[in-house]
Design a protein around this ligand. Structure first.
Ligand SMILES: Nc1ncnc2c1ncn2[C@@H]1O[C@H](COP(=O)(O)OP(=O)(O)O)[C@@H](O)[C@H]1O
Ligand SMILES: [Mg+2]
Ligand SMILES: [Zn+2]
Length: 509
């Protein structure tokens, strides 16, 4: 009887946006010929054994007529996907003496096999590279499409393979796999839509600038076609550029979702605009082994909810936690999985179901009750986390057809960046980054107003019946307005302008 041979191949699985080590142990022993897979695998992993066997035999490595046991360790983690096809196949080649076991050391293998032995892309190349770096792994062997994103980390050597025979030849030392390096291509030739294309709407543009400067969430209310979506899509163009840490964080989320599609780190913040029929899982993340949702794909960027009242109420309500925590936690199989979700929320809605309430261009045909119901679709607690709510008026044809160019995004972006710098210095000793995050204590400390302003603001607050919460929001906004103007002290004008940025404080809801 032939001795039993055990081969171990290192690989990795993805849980949330993080990779964890998986070891494929392949044991080829005497006994009844057969193939046994153990180590809690999802059905896809089980189906993988069929693919692995076909791929091996189609590439000229028929399975030995012996007993084969494959164990994916650790056994207590629920595994998903077909990414273990390649490590299992390589384990079989090592256990049957086709490739030298030494060649597998300190190397991570990942990839789905097709029946003819071609390698297919897997999700999570970048988080796997992060794990490989932590473990001091020498090389990462991945399908070509996954290799590109893994190489973005820069530290761990990444090799791209197109097929199983290519990997085998590499391990035998016959040929070398292509080493993929981080592309130095000037990041992003992408041109973002520019603010200068928007005619008129000076107040709405200012609101957008203040939102960008202080990290405030924003809601545009206005009739159809007035330019709400157009404005919202221009928010990324005035936000500070992504720094390298943020770019990597965001890319890790996209890589884990299996939807990373670039060869360099992004220079622009992500902009996600989910449709209003998006499900809870689509928004927050979900699935048996959860993938990131829209709020996480928008991490370090912008989440745009167009036609806000059309979204499902529970989906909107579920945004409260991530808006507070800048992350979302899902519980699956007694495991808590945390996805980062730090985004700027920008939303748009019509003032009423017909869209023309208060527009001055057409008469609104909606009943008072219908308007109340429409607005009531946005829960108070969500609205409460949207510091800025402004009306966007209809732009007259005359103004639209003028060819006077408005202020460009780059000019506004420079002002925003300065305002952010001021906040960073002021908040250096706290864990906060921007005015939107200020709590009651910080508002009391950083948003002080003089006596005259206090008296005037007090009158307005009383007349409008502002809650303590609203007062607090106004002061934070005034802080951002002053930061844009380069003033350390809040002026009366800053507070007045801030009051104007909260139209829902002035209306009966
Ligand atoms: N203020 C504006 N300046 C220039 N074009 C505008 C403006 N408002 C609307 N438009 C034009 O009308 C189209 C529809 O605007 P959109 O932003 O989709 O409106 P809304 O989201 O308010 O319904 C835009 O794509 C743009 O071509
Ligand atoms: Mg729109
Ligand atoms: Zn109406």
């Amino acid at each position: 009887m032939q001795p039993s041979v055990l081969a171990k191949v290192q690989s990795a699985g993805i849980l949330g946006v993080e990779a964890y080590g998986v070891c494929a142990e392949v044991d080829v022993t005497g006994g009844l010929p057969g193939y046994h897979l153990v180590g809690l695998g999802a059905s896809e992993v089980k189906e993988g054994s069929v693919r692995v066997r076909s791929a091996l035999s189609n590439c000229g490595y028929p399975m030995p007529p012996r007993k084969v046991i494959v164990n994916l360790a650790p056994a207590d983690v629920h595994k998903d996907g077909a990414a273990f096809d390649l490590p299992i196949a390589i384990g079989l080649l090592a256990a049957t003496g086709v490739v030298p076991p030494r060649a597998l050391e300190e190397t991570f293998f990942l990839g789905e096999l097709s029946l003819d032995g071609q390698l297919r892309r897997v999700a999570g190349g970048l988080p796997v590279a992060c794990l490989a770096r932590k473990r001091g792994i020498r090389a990462l062997i991945l399908p070509r499409e996954s290799a590109k994103e893994a190489a973005l980390l820069g530290d761990v050597p990444v090799f791209a393979a197109q097929s199983l025979p290519e990997v085998a030849a590499h391990l035998k030392g016959e040929t070398q796999l292509e080493r993929v390096t981080k592309s130095d291509a000037a990041a992003d030739g992408e041109v973002l839509p520019d603010l200068s294309e928007v005619r008129g709407l000076e107040h709405a543009k200012l609101a957008l600038e203040i939102a960008a400067a202080g990290g405030h969430n924003l809601l545009f209310v206005g009739p159809p076609g007035c330019g709400k979506s157009m404005l919202a899509r221009r928010l990324p163009s005035i936000l500070p550029p992504l720094d390298e840490r943020e770019a990597l964080e965001t890319s890790i989320v996209h890589s884990a979702s299996g939807r990373f599609d670039r060869t360099e780190l992004p220079a622009q913040r992500p902009f996600r605009a989910p449709n209003h029929d998006v499900s809870m899982a689509g928004m927050l993340g979900g699935g048996a082994l959860p993938k990131p949702g829209e709020i996480s794909l928008a991490h370090n960027g912008v989440l745009f909810l167009d036609e806000l009242p059309e979204f499902k109420r529970p989906v909107l309500d579920s945004l409260r936690e991530p808006l507070e925590d800048r992350a979302v936690t899902l519980v699956r199989l007694r495991t808590r999985i945390r996805f980062p979700a730090s985004f700027s929320l920008i939303a748009a809605m019509n003032p009423c179901p017909c869209g023309f309430h208060g527009s001055g261009i057409r008469n609104c045909v909606c009943s008072f009750a219908a308007i109340q119901r429409y607005r009531g679709k946005i829960s108070g607690p969500l609205l409460d986390r949207i510091d800025i709510q402004v009306h966007v008026p209809h732009v007259r044809f005359e103004e639209l057809s003028q060819d006077r160019i408005g202020v460009s995004s780059s000019v506004v972006a420079a002002r925003v960046l300065e305002a952010r710098d001021r906040q960073r210095h002021r908040l250096a000793k706290t864990k906060l980054h921007c005015n939107a995050q200020l709590g009651a204590r910080e508002v009391a400390r950083f948003c002080q107003i003089d006596e005259k302003t206090t008296a005037r603001f007090g009158q307005i607050a009383d007349r409008r019946g502002l809650s303590a919460r609203s007062v607090h929001r106004v002061l934070k906004l005034a802080r951002s307005i002053a930061d844009l103007a380069g003033r350390e002290k809040l002026a009366l004008g800053d507070v007045m302008m801030a009051v104007d940025l909260r139209v829902f404080d002035q209306e009966v809801r």
